[in-house]
Design a protein around this ligand. Structure first.
Ligand code: SF4
Ligand code: SF4
Length: 510
């Protein structure tokens, strides 16, 4: 399925719209989930007779449930404003990776079954029957969208291809065609508690090891507590923070911030994963079920605040959905949601991003830094797509852009932003988001990273940038993998709290 060999695109000094290469990525498809993986999370194991009708019925259900989806199907005027905005088109040249063409894969089926013209004059309006060929094309190209929403920023009608991709994946899962990577991970979260399948005892060992490492490094007794009842803060962070590099460096940083500020905190073995792949597959039930673990942990531990670590899509889910999904923030109406709302401290934003917490402490003078400890780094910042375009931070517009940059400037002397048009709301996805961070999609990931790599090269050449900070576990993993393809060091990417960790004064040490 996936290609073993491919050429890394050449970095150009300025953005160039590629020549169209029809079918260039038609071969790119992620591994299909086995019947067992599908069954574990309640989906059919394979396509069975009559799947075509069931797929169309599911589409009808989603069109009724999400008015936005019907509007997106009807509203596109094919103006082409989005066509050169997707990093996967820019990196591959495949015209089906133009957002409008990706949408049209579903629109053609929508027209056939849900519009008068498509039912009666299908050829005139480009309507097509649901068939195995159509489904195969969906599987390929709806797994070449990272749900990053960049295209929607440029669409005059605000059409959000990410939502169309989510609907397509939901339809495919419902008839028995699921993606191995995402669905296997969701199964692990339900069974073990996190995406990596890291059991509680291993987690405890890892955290004890971190305490020893930090003590040896700084002399300070920084704690990384697990399942502590009565702690003020429950920190929910991506499981990659527990062992992957560079992710763990940010976890070390969170601990130092809590230590320096004197805030009691805990991690949870039950809620040992901030990520929520239910969003990637567009399935509301999975989204809720995964998020419920966090509510259960918060209630059991009796915490007053819930803080989310550096994870882009987790923050999108937390910021946009946790309130009504599970009652973290106002909105949930079931008894457990109400109990949790009464338990959490109303003086704080619920949930809160770790960057908001650190930023607030900096503003109040509660943290001190030796900025020169970061002088070996010339830093830039990669805005992660889910934070930039699907959430916010602080209580002012654009906080998700300024807060991480303010933190970086507080802890490092040398910072340079990448070119306008590649940052803030126009940021490019890392190329591995939306459930695509799997080696069976490596070609897509490498090519999809091209626009970000070009922007990085510019600041590396002009300012000597040697460190790209980000606040997303997927971005960190994706860049660690693809940076070397473009001639950069893999260690060039790291977290904002990695920089915090380097510079923070711990008071009782060094
Ligand atoms: S990957 Fe992003 S820019 Fe490309 S089609 Fe999907 S949402 Fe749009
Ligand atoms: S920018 Fe919007 S209206 Fe124009 S082609 Fe793209 S999706 Fe359609």
């Amino acid at each position: 399925m996936a290609t073993a060999k491919f050429e890394t695109p050449a970095l150009k000094p300025y953005p160039v719209i590629p020549l169209v290469a029809a079918g260039a990525m038609a071969h790119s498809k992620p591994f299909v989930a086995s019947a067992a993986i599908q069954g574990n999370i309640g989906f059919p194991g394979e396509l069975a007779e009559g799947w075509e009708q069931r797929a169309v019925a599911k589409m009808g259900e989603l069109l009724d449930k999400y008015r936005s989806l019907r509007v997106y199907m009807d509203a596109c005027v094919h103006c082409g404003a989005c066509s050169d905005k997707c990093h996967y088109f820019l990196g591959t040249g495949d015209p089906k990776n133009m957002p409008v063409a990706r949408q049209d894969l579903m629109r053609a089926v929508y027209r056939r079954y849900f519009t008068f013209a498509g039912k009666h004059f299908p050829k005139l309006v480009g309507a097509v029957d649901m068939s195995k060929d159509v489904l195969d094309e969906w599987y390929a190209y709806y797994h070449q969208c990272s749900e990053c929403r960049r295209c929607s920023v440029f669409c005059p009608y605000g059409i959000d291809t990410a939502e169309i991709t989510m609907a397509a994946r939901e339809i495919m899962d419902s008839v028995g065609l699921g993606q191995k990577y995402s669905n296997e991970i969701i199964g692990k979260v339900h069974k073990i508690g996190n995406n990596l399948g890291l059991p509680g005892p291993a987690l405890e060992d890892t955290l004890l090891g971190l305490e020893e490492d930090v003590k040896a490094d700084t002399g300070a007794d920084v704690r990384y507590p697990l399942d502590v009842k009565g702690a003020e803060v429950l920190l929910v962070t991506p499981s990659a923070d527990f062992f992957a590099e560079p992710h763990v460096e940010s976890l070390i940083g969170y601990g130092k911030v809590f230590h320096a500020a004197g805030i009691s905190w805990t991690l949870s073995s039950k809620a040992s994963e901030a990520g929520n792949f239910g969003m990637f597959i567009g399935n509301y039930e999975q989204l809720r079920k995964i998020a419920l673990r966090i509510r259960e942990a918060a209630l059991e531990l009796g915490v007053k605040r819930i803080v989310v670590g550096e994870c882009g899509h987790a923050w999108r889910v937390a910021y946009s959905f946790w309130n009504t999904l599970v009652g973290i923030g106002a909105g949930g109406k079931d008894p457990f949601a109400i109990e949790l709302q009464n338990q959490l401290d109303p003086r704080y934003k619920q949930p809160m991003h770790i960057c908001e917490l650190t930023h607030d402490l900096i503003q109040r003078g509660a943290l001190q830094f030796d900025k020169e400890r970061n002088d070996h780094r010339i830093v830039t910042f990669h805005d992660s797509c889910n934070v930039a375009r699907a959430s916010r931070m602080g209580d002012f517009a654009g906080g998700q852009f300024s807060i991480p940059r303010d933190i970086i400037r507080a802890v490092a002397n040398r910072f340079h932003d990448m070119a306008p048009g590649t940052t803030h709301e126009a940021t490019f996805c890392c190329g591995g988001g939306g459930g695509l961070l799997t080696d069976d999609l490596l070609e897509l990931r490498v090519k999809g990273a091209l626009p970000r790599m070009e922007a990085l090269k510019q600041v590396a050449d002009q300012h000597g940038v040697n460190f790209m900070a980000t606040i997303c576990a997927i971005c960190k993993a994706q860049f660690s993998k693809v940076l070397p393809y473009y001639g950069f060091e893999m260690g060039m990417v790291g977290g904002v709290h990695q920089l915090v960790s380097t510079a923070i004064r711990l008071g009782d040490s060094r």
